[in-house]
Design a protein around this ligand. Structure first.
Ligand code: PEP
Length: 252
C-alpha cells in the first residue's frame, strides 16, 4: 500500500520568524506520528532555520526547486547536494508557476528530476493542464507529454524516490478545487501511463498527490479516492491549523 504524503509549498512567503514559528507549530502538531508522510518546503533562505525547528519531529524538509547541474557557473542557482546538506529530503520540480511564469521546459524538468534523484533527494514532480487545455479536452495529452518527458531515462531505483503531484493550473491558488471525480480520473490516467511505460511495479508504487486549492474542508473527499495518495498544499500550508487538518484528513 502506498503511504500518503502531505507536503506544504510555502512559495515566496514568510519572514524568517514566521517560517520558524510555522515549522515549530507543524512539528508540534505532527510530533513523531509517521502514519502519513509530512513535508514542508520553505523558501531557500529559511531552509536551515526551518530544519532546526523540525528537529525531533517526523516532518521532513523540502525545497521548492533545484538546479539541473551538480555545480558550477550557474549564478543564483542551488544544487541538489546543497539542498541535501541543508537537511532537505524532498525537492519540488516543475511547479506550474515555474513552468508558466518562468518558462521552465519539459527538457529542463527531466534534467532536474535526474540530478535530484541521482543526489539522493525525493523529487516531487508537478504536472497538470491549464484551463484552456481542459476546455479543449486536451488534458490527457498534456499529462501524457509531461509524464513521458519528465520521467524519460529514470532507473527503477530512481523511481523509488519519485512522487508525482497532479496540479491542474486552474485550481492552484484560485479556490476552484478539482472535484474528487476529476482528481481520481486524472490520477488514474497518469497511473495508467506509468503502467504502460514502466510496468506494474512502478505504477503501483509511485505516489500521486493532488494539488490545487486543497483545504481542511475538501481534503477528506479528495484523499478518499483510490489513486490520490496525498496532497501538495500551497495557501493552506501557511497556517498550522489548516495544514494540520489536511494531515489529519490524510490519516483517515
Ligand atoms: C501549489 O502551489 O502547489 C498549490 C497547490 O497551491 P494552492 O494550494 O494554494 O492552490
Amino acid at each position: 500500500m502506498r503511504k500518503k504524503l502531505v507536503a506544504g509549498n510555502w512559495k515566496m512567503n514568510t519572514t524568517r520568524a514566521e517560517a520558524t514559528a510555522l515549522a515549530a507549530a507543524v512539528a508540534k502538531g505532527v510530533g513523531t506520528d509517521d502514519r502519513v508522510g509530512v513535508a514542508v518546503c520553505p523558501p531557500f533562505p529559511w531552509l536551515t532555520a526551518v530544519g532546526d525547528a523540525l528537529t525531533g519531529s517526523a516532518v521532513a524538509l523540502g525545497a521548492q526547486d533545484v538546479h539541473y547541474e551538480k555545480k558550477g557557473a550557474f549564478t543564483g542557482e542551488v544544487s541538489p547536494a546543497m539542498l541535501a546538506e541543508c537537511g532537505c529530503t524532498y525537492a519540488i520540480i516543475g511547479h506550474s508557476e515555474r513552468r508558466h511564469i518562468l518558462g521552465e521546459a519539459d527538457s529542463a524538468i527531466n534534467h532536474k528530476v535526474h540530478t535530484a534523484l541521482e543526489e539522493g533527494l525525493h523529487a516531487i514532480l508537478c504536472m497538470g493542464e491549464t484551463l484552456a487545455e481542459r476546455e479543449r479536452g486536451l488534458q490527457e495529452r498534456v499529462f501524457q507529454r509531461q509524464v513521458y518527458a519528465a520521467c524519460a531515462g529514470l532507473t527503477d531505483e530512481q523511481f523509488g524516490r519519485l512522487v508525482i503531484a497532479y496540479e491542474p493550473v486552474w485550481a492552484i491558488g484560485t479556490g476552484k478545487v478539482a472535484t474528487p471525480e476529476q482528481a481520481q480520473e486524472a490520477h488514474a490516467f497518469v497511473r495508467g501511463k506509468l503502467r504502460a511505460l514502466y510496468g506494474d511495479k512502478i505504477a503501483d508504487a509511485t505516489p500521486i498527490l493532488y494539488g490545487g486549492s486543497v483545504t481542511g474542508e475538501n481534503a477528506r473527499d479528495l484523499l478518499k479516492q483510490p489513486d490520490v495518495d496525498g496532497a501538495l498544499v500551497g495557501g493552506a500550508s501557511l497556517k498550522p491549523d489548516s495544514f494540520l487538518a489536511i494531515v489529519a484528513a490524510a490519516r483517515g
